[in-house]
Design a protein. Structure first.
Length: 256
């Protein structure tokens, strides 16, 4: 069930060793007056908590894990922290501590109530797994660094939840790159054409019948995209435009 993204110590060292100074995002020729940004200095957040809520019993229990590789840049990490923990005005470690404390309190209460009001499910275990890491390969020469944040959850029911989000940043000043900076106009027609072609369909009705795509909503210019050289990968999580059974929907189109 786990799809966690781990960055080994060896890989971290390799990333740091390979990072050099580079030209700013946005292009232009290099000269003595051009602002040159420093390569990212990656920082790691990690926590792994597993507790039972009834004394001397393994279940019901909860498992909370965070494995996040941040950039070491204050501006970038502030945005990543808000995405990961939905908290503002805190350092990444402060936000992680408050977030996990809040989840522990919520899960403990819910599982204790569940246990007291039912015969109990001996295997009941709540899950909340958060990961964040830079998208490989890290190409500092482009002036861009992208991160993938994932959330895997289970709090009872037929199945858990899984979502992922891409965030792209300028290494010049740390700002999050907006779609309008890399694509001129509405990307939906190009995405729509690509999905029809990839799935061998001529109409939306065919596409829905064959893939379930568009059953729950139309394509839109989501900010959940990854810059891949001269292309953009758009990611739609389950339930955005298709049911859970269809999985995540991804479509790649050229930058414009």
């Amino acid at each position: 069930m786990k799809h966690l993204l781990y960055i080994s110590s060896f890989l971290m060292l390799a990333l740091l060793a390979s990072c050099e100074q580079f030209r700013t995002f946005g292009g232009g020729t290099s000269d003595s007056t051009e602002t040159v940004a420093s390569a990212p200095r990656f920082d790691t957040l990690s926590v792994n908590i597993r507790k039972g809520v009834i004394e001397d019993k393994e279940y019901p229990c909860y498992h909370i894990s965070v494995n996040a590789v941040l950039s070491g840049n204050e501006t970038i990490d502030r945005v990543l922290t808000e995405r990961l923990f939905a908290l503002k005005g805190m350092t990444p470690r402060e936000a992680m501590a408050l977030f996990t404390d809040s989840l522990e309190s919520q899960f403990s209460q819910e599982l204790a109530e569940f246990s007291s009001l039912s015969d109990g499910d001996e295997d009941m275990e709540y899950e909340y797994d958060v990961t964040c890491s830079p998208v490989e390969p890290v190409d500092t020469a482009s002036g861009i660094i992208s991160f993938l944040c994932t959330f895997e959850t289970y709090q009872g029911g037929a199945h858990g939840g899984y979502e992922c989000y891409y965030l792209n940043f300028s290494l010049k000043d740390g700002h999050r790159i907006q779609l309008s900076e890399v694509y001129d106009g509405d990307p939906c027609p190009a995405m729509h054409e690509k999905l029809l072609k990839e799935n061998g369909c001529r109409t939306d009705e065919e596409l829905m019948e064959k893939t379930q795509i568009l059953m729950l909503g139309q394509l839109y210019a989501t900010d959940n995209f990854l810059i891949e050289g001269d292309s953009l990968l758009f990611h739609f999580n389950p339930y955005e435009i298709a049911p859970y059974s269809a999985g995540a929907i991804e479509v790649v189109i050229p930058c414009k």
